[in-house]
Ligand binder design. Sequence first.
Ligand code: DI6
Ligand code: FE
Length: 411
Amino acid sequence: MSPRWDRLLVDATLATFAGTAPYGRIDHGAMALHQGRIAWIGPQEALSAPPETLAMHVDNLGGALVTPGLIDCHTHLVFGGNRAHEFDLRLNGASYEEIARAGGGIVSTVKATREASEDELFAQSLPRARALLADGVTTLEIKSGYGLELETERRMLRVARRLGETLGASVRTSFLGLHALPPEYRDDRDAYVAQVCDAMLPALAAEGLVDAVDAFCETIGFTPAETRRLFERATQLGLPVKLHAEQLSDLDGAALVASFHGLSADHLEHLGEHGIRAMAETGTVAVLLPGAYYALRETKLPPIVSLREHGVPMAVATDCNPGTSPLLSLRLAAGMACTLFRLTPEEALRGVTVHAARALGLADRGTLEVGQRADLAVWNLREPAELCYWIGGSHALRQLFLGGEPHPLMA
Ligand code: DI6
Ligand code: FE
């Protein structure tokens, strides 16, 4: 009789993030992978027969930790150039807002991105995506928003899709046309918002390039009324919405995105009780971005205690972007969420697995359970908290599995 399963992992420390045990932990665990999914999981002693008789391949992990592949649910990973000179300006006292108002900031990356061909953008972005994978990521979200005109927004989203295909990872795209007002529309905001809502979004959605719709609702970004107009159009097109909300000020964006049953409200340093209640009611995920908090030397903390009390699911992401979070390790983002935001290591790790999956509207990943996609990270570590504890280094990840197949990491 041929074995039942493609692959069986034995002597694993499984952090399943399912069930009620801390981390959903199973010591001396076994997990079967079959046709890209998890086919069996439990204590090794509960296997019905010797491992070799059950699967084509048996991997003895010698106690190594296995988690779901990590999920980075908020990145701006595709962009041209970099903004190291602004880092220098900020260290000398200039604020992010001042730099943005003086024509730097997002708009300077827009210029570099518009000037880059599709192949150049791909070549610049690929090492960043690889870095995330090398640190355990198997699913990532990538936003547009540095084109601010149809051709370049399309180019960014095409590059995002191509990164997923090239690396064999799952990429979810978000259209972020309302990221900044492009210079050519400086005197006509309405015309730009109309262009985004009535021309760019429908065209890109029709090309299958948009999985969700995002906006930067902020005093230096777009107003709640402009955001609402975009969300109404997204809803008409059947696309889910999410929002950069309450990063620098409280415009009540979290309540707005919740009113559209949005996937997530992201940043949230200036979030108040009203927004928290609205998110709790609709189950909108709070995406915490400690990399931006750190790089901007922000001092106002997101209201973690209240989010926790109201049972709002909290995700953690890198916000990888050239301006406010040039961060290429989701593990470090989780560590920062502990050190800077006072999440527990378990909360931070749920934030880069099960809650991150929910922030992307994906029900088939983020936990180790029967029927889930076999996207896994195997670590040279024993304790789940070590994932948040080590700072830097490339020693942590041993192996990634994507859809049940070992991934040739750096190929
Ligand atoms: N908030 C952020 O932190 C990034 N975008 C946004 O809306 C910053 C993007 C940048 O500065 O390039
Ligand atoms: Fe962002």
